[in-house]
Design a binder for this molecule. Sequence first.
Ligand code: SDX
Length: 429
Amino acid sequence: MTDKKATLSIDGIDTRIDLPVLSGTLGQDVIDVGSLTANNVFTFDPGFTSTASCESKITFIDGAKGVLLHRGYPIEELAEKSSYLETCYLLLNGELPNTAQKEEFEHIISTHTMVNRSIEHFFSGFSYDAHPMAMMCGVVGAMSSFYHDSLDINNPTHRMITAHRLIAKMPTLAAMCYKHYVGQPYMYPKNKMAYAENFLHMMFGTPCDDPKVNPVLARAMDLLFLLHADHEQNASTSTVRLAGSSGANPFSCIAAGIAALWGPSHGGANQAVLEMLNEIGDEKHIDKFVKKAKDKDDPFRLMGFGHRVYKNFDPRATVMKKACDEVLAELGIEDDPLLKIAKRLEKIALEDDYFVSKKLYPNVDFYSGIIMKAIGIPTEMFTVIFATGRTVGWIAHWNEMISNPYKIGRPRQLYTGPSKRSIPPIAQR
Ligand code: SDX
């Protein structure tokens, strides 16, 4: 319990309201406003810019300093010293695995990568040019129809097997989206392959030719998944928590998260960044687009810039930019025109008072698309890759909520519609 408090006095209410102030391990204090309803008043915070929706032990972000910790470990260290599956284990269990735990976890995941054959019929129902995110929303939600044996959300074993199934099967489903999109046969996962290597094998292998996956690309892919793994209470994670608070099954909650991630202000930004860089087309056009981004009357925004929390560099963007240089150099495409435009655009924006004054820095989506393009992934698949990496964060938050006391999320509103009135006869309307 806390001994700190905030005291609220409200015009028209005689009594002053004492509200507990709670402190976490790190970060801002929070004012517990739960008792306000008893005083017949609500808080009002559209977009939740000043609202903490829950207590969590999974991820901490310091936006002012550009710090991102997963269970206390800095993202830069995880990117350098661990793998995506190690980070998955950490997010789910709270600690990094030892050698035996790592091997067991990798074995569990690798032996759950196949999906039921019937899922192929779901894909054949989509038009050939369906957006892969539309397909992912559909098939992930449908997954709940295959696992009646593990949908008791109050059973910790069911919750963990579901987490394992989702982490294991998302790459298989993502690759199936791509294969449907390009009209090629689906490739089965290979249990002997590492996670990211297996994904690239399912993406780019065919029954006619299944070349060895380039280890540089496999490492870059693993890093992409790792850097997207979790990010506190972002829009899609908050969506998963809200859906989960009604007791909905975890597959449908993840499908809800996928839907929320699709928007260009959120996970859809990586596709929008590449489309923007292609639209800019040449460094000489950059100034025109920066001018558009600064124009209040122009809806255009510099995609991949800005963040609700980071008012400094997004540490993931810094890691991604370094990986970009390494992957393109390894592939001998240092003079990638889009990378040159991206770097010039970043330099111009970071020296422009509009972006500096509004603390708009490159975010995770600014460089990720350039790496994915270098790996050979089409832009329509970018947000699917984001969803695949983020699935562990979504399910870790869902599990954290469900395994602790929780209430159904039910916000209130400020009503500004008509007062009560009677229905006039139609002749008088
Ligand atoms: C992700 O929440 C997360 O953690 C998300 C994420 C995760 O891992 O889950 O990090 C992933 O979604 C990253 C963000 C990807 N989105 C984009 O790159 C799209 C472009 N960025 C923006 O649309 C915007 O910056 C947001 C949506 C990311 C943040 O918006 P906010 O916090 O609501 O801020 P805002 O829209 O109120 O902007 C503040 C000001 C405004 O100007 P004023 O009205 O104060 O004059 O900054 C301006 C905005 O117009 N602004 C931009 C801008 N972003 C903000 N101006 C030009 N270009 C931009 N990109």
